[in-house]
Design a protein around this ligand. Structure first.
Ligand code: ADP
Length: 252
């Protein structure tokens, strides 16, 4: 089967700061991939490169088999960035309006039809916030907002969800229910790629895990990952970099 995402020998630098070094990995359709690594290790950058939002300096990215720069089915990808939950915070838009924005990719310039409104209602229902549809998005809790953005992706018929630390600032009970939702969506066939700092929590849900610190230390099944020394190696490399930074040998 063609992978949902394939990354081959990808390197990326912000101006002169190398962030990703020769990263190769594939995300199979239906996977639930957890991406972990120290702060500043390039997780967000890799996620953006994987989604074609950031072009690598070298290497190739394919989305559902198509080179990322030629990929035109953006609605298949639902990305909830760390910023997206803040972006609408000041805007006077309702939850339904935010979710409807996801639908516009299919609507284009025509008017919304009943089928589009149904798709929006279904998406709200599926993530369990139908009762909040008419509330301002900025009145939602962190967990509810994440659900709204997932509903927006579902309304656009995304079959891959990429989430960047979605549970930061979300209370513990809501985090548990949020992961249950991700499990349900994944069981329905939606591919999930998630950055999460709580490795124990992630390991309870992810099918595969990848560990990054500039380079990829491991990408394998969750059990194998936990039994490996990938985390230790990635985090001790970060310590080495920080120690060298303190000694003035590195700008980080
Ligand atoms: P992580 O998600 O693992 O915390 P990031 O991918 O956000 O890591 O960042 C990796 C490195 O790239 C960090 O050193 C960060 O400061 C730097 N960086 C991230 N975004 C930018 C940017 N837009 N411009 C310049 N440097 C950036």
């Amino acid at each position: 089967m063609t992978p949902a995402i394939s990354v081959e020998n990808v390197s990326f630098a912000y101006e002169d700061e190398p962030v990703l070094r020769d990263v190769s990995m594939t995300v199979e359709e239906g996977d639930f991939l957890g991406l972990v690594g120290p702060n500043g290790s390039g997780k967000t950058t890799l996620l953006k490169v994987m989604l074609g939002l950031q072009s690598p300096d070298s290497g190739t990215v394919r989305l559902f088999g198509t080179p990322a720069r030629e990929f035109t089915e953006g609605t298949r990808l639902g990305y909830v960035s760390q910023q997206s939950t803040e972006a609408d915070a000041t805007m006077p838009v309702t939850v339904r309006e935010v979710v409807t924005m996801g639908r516009y990719a299919h609507v284009g310039l025509r008017r919304l039809r009943d089928a589009d409104r149904r798709a929006v209602d279904d998406a709200l229902d599926r993530v369990g916030i139908a009762d909040l549809a008419d509330r301002r998005i900025n009145r939602l809790s962190g967990g509810q907002k994440q659900r709204a953005y997932i509903a927006r992706a579902l309304a656009s018929e995304a079959d891959l969800l990429a989430l960047d630390e979605p549970t930061v600032g979300v209370d513990t009970d809501s985090v548990g229910r949020f992961y249950e939702l991700l499990d349900e969506l994944n069981a329905e066939g939606i591919t999930v790629v998630l950055i999460e700092h709580d490795i124990g929590l992630l390991a309870d849900h992810a099918r595969t895990m990848a560990c990054l610190d500039g380079e990829l230390y491991a990408h394998c099944g969750t059990r194998e990952f936990l039994e490996s020394d990938a985390l230790e190696r990635a985090f001790s490399s970060a310590r080495t970099v920080r120690a060298s930074a303190l000694a003035g040998g590195d700008r980080r």
